[in-house]
Design a protein around this ligand. Structure first.
Ligand SMILES: [Zn+2]
Length: 246
């Protein structure tokens, strides 16, 4: 069992729960990742992490799981930035800190192997763009509070195009995801935003805080043509956890 400090964590009744205890990947987890008919490419994450996350505690060793279910924690309560962090740490606990990633050069298309040390990935700190007084729509003067993007949001966005409510109201859905409250509305539904002014909605979108997150960008110099290029670490993909690449 391994313990890590989440980049953000969960706040419950004024206490921060950010110490996470993780198990390593076992045979049953490998089975969960081989889903022949996935509805979305990230179907595997919730059942996997519900089993692999053993506890989430605060600095007084009190468990958040006394107050929220593990499924709710993974799906709704933790920001997606923390889910990405957990996926990377699960891989580290299971297969070690070295991750070999195949990167295709953007210039000559040569496939390069890059070795990444997962234990040394940088965590960027949270950045807030607005003060509390500025959390008000410029024209309508309605107060709002920001929430976070969760795994449940990502799942809603990932269901096949045309089938989901999300795709029918794409822009307001994305903006509603960012908010925990708008005036007296909480939670905020996409339809709550239908009559709001576009410039007020842009204000919400443009000033979303960036939560603490792990640096997912891998920089590499092509071994064939010397071009420097970047690629994202595929932390949410099933094969990130499934294969031991050497
Ligand atoms: Zn190249």
């Amino acid at each position: 069992m391994s313990r890590y400090t989440l980049p953000n964590g969960l706040e419950l009744n004024g206490k921060l729960y950010n110490l996470i205890e993780l198990d390593e990947i076992r045979g049953k987890h490998q089975n969960m990742m081989v889903n022949p008919n996935p509805k979305t490419p990230i179907d595997h994450i919730e059942p996997l992490l519900t089993d692999l996350v053993k506890d989430l505690t605060n600095s007084d060793s009190e468990s958040a799981l006394d107050q929220v279910s593990k499924k709710d924690l993974i799906l709704y309560k933790l920001p997606i930035q923390d889910i990405q962090f957990i996926m990377i740490k699960v891989r580290e606990v299971s297969y070690g800190k070295d991750y070999i990633m195949q990167l295709q050069c953007t210039n000559c298309e040569t496939k390069n192997n890059a070795k990444l040390d997962l234990s040394k990935l940088e965590v960027f700190p949270r950045k807030d763009k607005l003060s509390k007084d500025e959390m008000k729509l410029p024209k309508e003067k309605i107060e709002f509070t920001y929430g976070h993007m969760s795994l449940s949001h990502l799942l809603k966005m990932a269901v096949e195009e045309g089938e989901s409510e999300f795709t029918k109201s794409m822009l307001t859905s994305l903006t509603a995801f960012m908010l925990t409250s708008l005036g007296d509305k909480s939670p905020v539904q996409p339809s709550d935003l239908d009559e709001l002014r576009g410039s007020d909605l842009d204000y919400i979108r443009d000033n979303m805080p960036s939560l603490s997150e792990i640096d997912m960008e891998v920089e590499h110099t092509c071994t064939s043509c010397n071009t420097d290029f970047k690629q994202e670490l595929p932390a949410l993909a099933a094969d990130f956890l499934l294969r031991t690449r050497t």
